[in-house]
Design a protein around this ligand. Sequence first.
Ligand SMILES: C[S@@+](CC[C@H](N)C(=O)[O-])C[C@H]1O[C@@H](n2cnc3c(N)ncnc32)[C@H](O)[C@@H]1O
Length: 238
Amino acid sequence: MVHGNYSEIQSILAERNIQGIDGLLLDLGVSSRQLDTPERGFSFTHDGPLDMRMDREETTTAADLLETLSDKELEDIIKIYGEERHYKKIVRFIRKAQGKGPLSTTASLARILSSAAKQPRPTRIHPSTRTFQALRIAVNRELDHLRTSLTDSLQILNDTARMVVISFHSLEDRIVKRFFQDEAKACICPPKTPICICGKKSRLKIITRRVVTPPAEEVKANPRASSSKLRAAERIYA
Ligand SMILES: C[S@@+](CC[C@H](N)C(=O)[O-])C[C@H]1O[C@@H](n2cnc3c(N)ncnc32)[C@H](O)[C@@H]1O
């Protein structure tokens, strides 16, 4: 067990004099323990401090981001990391509420998001889902750490070692899928190039031709698995 960031996998292994590994499993995102502990501030169904730090040795919380980011920065985070199309309206509502004082609890933010989401027809997902996901990804720089850990892992995977990644939302899965496809590709010279000048070699062989999703009985037993996607690839040294 190591308390560390998986984007530091190379240095963590080097410190333990581990040259290479034969298998890597990345189980991304937030844990049920974190979601179900109100004090961690990840959930909009429990009231708690607006925290959302996965690593509490980090300093910046979600409440800090709401206080320090510009309107544009906050709009971009909610739009891109939350894939939320009402991002401008949501930031307007947040700013209006901050006029009465800083937002410091999950319940206060969830109330604002519900009032911003007033729509004729009830929506399929809770109005807070996307903005909470966006803030969580921003607080923990989840996508940056994911990209770094994927790239750096290639250096420490032994020949035929397997990399298996379980993601929980489309932003993560898109990064993993793209990375596997790029690393599975060999020469990327323009089609008509007579001989390869790029020198690119395939570094991964994709194992999961189709993304693996949980069977119905698993989702029934564990509804939180419903959005999970598993992809696997094998390291090759061509
Ligand atoms: C989906 S949960 C893992 C659940 C665990 N496999 C289990 O079965 O209980 C993901 C965990 O990864 C941690 N995590 C997220 N980003 C991380 C990172 N960049 N480095 C290290 N751990 C991270 C989270 O704090 C969370 O506890």
